[in-house]
Design a protein around this ligand. Sequence first.
Ligand code: IMP
Ligand code: MG
Length: 176
Amino acid sequence: MKYDYVVRELISEEKLKQRLRELGGLLTKDYQDKEPILVCVLKGGVVFLTDLMRELKFDLEIGFITLSSYGESTVSSGRINLNRDLDIDITGRHVIIIEDIIDSGHTLFHLSKLLSDRQPASLRICTLLDKPSRRQAIIKADYTGFEIADEFVVGYGLDYAGKHRNLRNISVIDFK
Ligand code: IMP
Ligand code: MG
């Protein structure tokens, strides 16, 4: 396929696997006997969720929520839409948000507020990637896979205009 950009590897499949095992270990220590709900932010968080949950050695439930902020642009609008809500009650439960990447932070700022209004027992954020240099909203992840520079990345669930979610690694898009 021909694109007007080049895709190059940033984080290999092996490195992702290794880091997921480490994150799984951290979460397994923190969530024994808490039966948390993992709230996956669709669509980007789906590959991370399905791989991460198999590293977790405790009982858990999963839920899905669909938000949108970007459209086809690579710059956050700051306006977040709730496209599809959870089908599970999180009141009094331990909740972990599973997100692909924190960029400006607007998405997680709004989502954290939305979910904390439902009075969970606890609410934490687990993100595969973080671009701290781009932050606009005050938001910090409790568990982070990798901090990356200000580059647009795809693969392992992340897309550019709907494409490249099926890459097994994380790659940078270099616009020509
Ligand atoms: P934020 O609201 O600016 O933090 O953006 C969060 C959302 O924007 C993420 O959940 C992604 O869906 C998307 N996003 C941000 N940066 C990237 C990127 O480098 N590649 C693909 N999607 C991104
Ligand atoms: Mg996302």
